[in-house]
Design a binder for this molecule. Structure first.
Ligand code: HEM
Length: 410
């Protein structure tokens, strides 16, 4: 399934120059100003199947079938002027529509040309999903406090938290996904250059998934299939997309993204027997079937009782995370595995799951589920939450820019 629902947006040269010119006007720096001289050349490198439309009712990258590679970046805004924020969002959307369609920029000045590392590469289903952090709406900052959605309340602390400030929060969040890692990096690089003088990267997280057959569920670094029982947007869109009546009409058709960098303590996990691992998750490791079931997509029988008690143990991850245990709450999970080298304080690899989920209201969805997991989950003794962020992802745009509804509401 793709996130956008219109044809790839072909940005006119005039539209592009207008947008980039607006950014140049809004910023005083020469580097961003150099974009005013930019022109683009259709590079004709994209096969239709390699393009996920940027424009559409919803932002792409939410219900889009997961690509293999992730770059998730948080940025801090360097201006207190809402007009400059608007110009940045417009320029970012214009750039995203160009990059996701497989085109690239060529500057008139070769010394300031596109960084070029994606030249000749297919966009490989590149999607760029934009989000706005709670800090943008801080009272007295940009004058946006009246438009802050209640659902964008900062996340509370949780039992498994060992958060590192350098991996948390941000004024703006950008989820970049592609089947080509270099294309994903290039998009981050280009967005960073386009923002120079207005916003600076705060943190950047890479992620990956195995190169499966496209139909099988991916495995996380604990070796288990991850994503089997997930929110189905076609059936439960009411739990995914914000509605006009939710209190922030500009977010209608948008969604809220929670990101958690969760390190998995692999040496302890590896020393746990497979049956112990399966009890902690509540599923078979090889097939992904729920305990007591036969096939991966069998519905977990949470009521089933065997000789030793519940077949799916009381502290199993899937029991505590299930909608049946959380008043029906579901989230759309879209995480990526990561490995970030060796942590020399422990001599262990710093690897795990960069958990991403989308929902209509984190207060009653992610937070509710994580509270349930944080205290009782058998898996939690193997996890350390080192990063956390929350972003409001506005609705998609058919011709304009992502975030326009926030300013239209002014
Ligand atoms: C490193 C951390 C985590 C790992 C390794 C992990 C792993 C898994 C696995 C293997 C499954 C079973 C397969 C599936 O249905 O997708 C699962 C299910 C699930 N997980 Fe996690 N998970 C992690 C963190 C979280 C967090 C932080 C949340 C939310 C707060 C969460 C929510 C869920 C939900 C809602 C399900 C589906 C439960 C059901 O309805 O059966 N997980 N997870």
């Amino acid at each position: 399934m793709t996130g956008g629902d219109t044809e790839p947006g072909a940005l006119s040269r005039r539209g592009l120059l207008t947008a980039v010119g607006a950014l140049a006007t809004a910023t005083a720096t020469g580097c961003a100003g150099s974009r005013a001289a930019a022109s683009r050349t259709p590079a004709a490198r994209a096969r239709p199947s390699a393009v996920v439309p940027f424009h559409g009712r919803w932002q792409a990258g939410v219900t889009t079938t997961q690509q293999r590679h992730l770059r998730f970046a948080a940025f801090d805004l360097a201006t207190e002027d809402p007009v400059q924020l608007q110009a940045l969002l417009r320029a970012w959307s214009d750039l995203a529509s160009v990059l996701t369609a497989g085109r690239t920029f060529t500057d008139a000045d070769p010394a300031k040309s596109d960084s070029a590392e994606a030249d000749g590469l297919s966009p490989a289903r590149l999607t760029i999903t934009f989000g706005l952090g709670p800090s943008l709406f801080a009272p007295g900052r940009l004058g946006l406090e009246d438009r802050r959605p209640a659902a964008l309340a900062p996340l509370p602390s949780f039992a498994a938290d060992a958060l590192q400030e350098r991996r948390c929060d941000g004024d703006l969040g950008v989820q970049i996904c592609s089947d080509d890692s270099q294309v994903a990096f290039h998009a981050f690089h280009a967005l960073t250059n386009a923002a120079r003088g207005l916003a600076e990267p705060r943190w950047l997280q890479s992620g990956f998934l195995g190169n499966g057959d496209g139909a099988s569920t991916h495995r996380n670094l604990l070796g288990f299939k991850d994503g089997t029982r997930n929110l189905d947007a076609a059936k439960a869109g009411g739990q995914l997309w914000a509605q006009a009546g939710d209190g922030a009409p500009w977010m209608a058709g948008g969604t809220y993204l929670v990101a958690r960098r969760i390190r998995t303590v692999l040496d302890v996990w590896d020393a746990t027997s497979v049956s112990g691992q399966e009890a902690a998750i509540g599923r078979r490791k090889r097939t992904g079937a729920p305990l007591g079931g036969h096939a991966e997509h069998d519905t977990p029988d949470l009521a089933a009782v065997g000789a030793g008690g519940h077949v799916i143990p009381g502290d199993a991850h899937i029991r505590l995370a299930a909608p049946e245990s959380n008043g029906g709450a579901q989230i759309l999970r879209r995480g990526y595995n990561f490995d970030d080298g060796i942590d020399h304080t422990t001599a262990q690899v710093d690897a795990g799951l960069f958990f991403i989920c989308f929902q209509r209201d984190p207060r009653t969805q992610f937070t509710r589920i994580q509270r349930r997991l944080g205290t009782d989950d058998a898996l939690s003794q193997h996890l350390i939450h080192t990063g956390s962020a929350l972003f409001a992802c506005p609705p998609g745009t058919r011709r304009g820019y992502v975030g326009e509804t926030l300013f239209d509401a002014a």
